[in-house]
Ligand binder design. Sequence first.
Ligand code: ADP
Length: 337
Amino acid sequence: MKPRIISLLVSFLLSLVVLAFSFFLFHDVKSCLILVACTFLSAFVFTLIAIDMYIARRIRLVYKLISNLKIDKSLKQALGNNISDDPLNQMEEDVSHWAQQQASDIEMIQKISDYRKEFLGNLSHEIKTPLFNIQGYIQSLINGGLEDRAITDSFLLKAEKNIDRLCALVADVDVMSKLDTGEMPLIFSNFDIVGLIKEIAFTRDELAKKKNIKFEFTTNERKMVEADKEKIAQVVSNLLDNSIKYGVENGITTIKFFDMDKLLLVEITDNGVGIAEEHLPRLFERFYRVDKSRNSAEGSGIGLAIVKHIMNAHHQPINVRSNKNVGTTFAFTLQKG
Ligand code: ADP
C-alpha cells in the first residue's frame, strides 16, 4: 500500500475518534469540524513523515548490509563503504551505476561466449577435413587398395599430406594459445633483421622453386632492430610462406626496408593472386580465409592472426595493401636497435 493511502486511512480513523469525542464534549458542530479538520491534516502530515523516516531507515539498513557483505565485488565497489546522509538518492545513483557496470559485464561475457563458440566451430571444422580424408584413404587401403602398389603409394602420400596439415594446425593453435595466455613472453634482443629474413628465405628456397618464385632484397646492408628475434622470425616465416602459397608461377617476392627515424619499416610484397578489398579488414582474424574452398588444402587461416598478435605484443602495427590479380604487400615496423 502507498504511504499516502496509509496516511489518509490513519488520519481518517483518528478524525472519526476525535469527532466522536469532540461532539460529546462541545455539542457545537463548528468547533467539532475545526478540531476534526486540524486533526485530519496534522495526522496526515505526521503519518507521512513517520512512514518516510521508517522507509529511509530500513533502506539505510539494507544499504549498509549490502555494502558490508561481499556478495558481489562489483556491487560492493559500486556502493562503496560510505553510507550517505541521503540514502535514497545515493542508492538510486549507486544502483544505476551498478546496473550500467553489470550491463557492460554481461555484454563482454556474451562476446566471449560467442567468440568461444565460433572458435570451437572453426577449429572442429579445420580438424574434421584432414581427419576424414585420412580415414577415407586408410579405409580404401584396407578394402583392397593395398593389393595395388601404385594406389597404396598414392594414398599413403595423400594421407601423409593431411597428417602434415593437422600437425601444422595443432602447432598454430598451440602458438596462438601460448601467446594468449602469456606463456610466450617477449624476449628482446638486438639483431640484424635483413640477415634474419635472408636466413628464413633460404629455408623456403625449395618451396619457392616449385613455383619458380624468387626472393629479392632491396639491400644487403645490416639493419639492427630491437625485438623478440624468435617471434619476428615467426612473423616473417608466415608472410614469406603466404607469398609463396598465394604467389603465381615465376613470381617475385620483394623485401624492402625503409628507415623512419627511430623505426624501421619492413615491406614484403608479392605479385601473386592478391586479395579483394572487402576481405582486407577481416584478414587478421583467426580462421579467416578469403576463399575457403580454394585454400582449404593450403592453410587454416591462423597464420596472419599469429602475425598480428606478435606485432601487437611489440606495440608495432602491421598493415596490408592488396589488389586482386596484382599482388599483396604486408608492412610492419620495428624499433631500431
Ligand atoms: P592461411 O593458413 O589460410 O594461409 P593466413 O592467416 O596466413 O591463413 O591467411 C589468411 C588468408 O589471407 C588466406 O587464406 C589467404 O586467402 C589470404 N592471404 C594471406 N596472405 C596472402 C597473400 N600474400 N596473397 C594473397 N592472399 C593472401
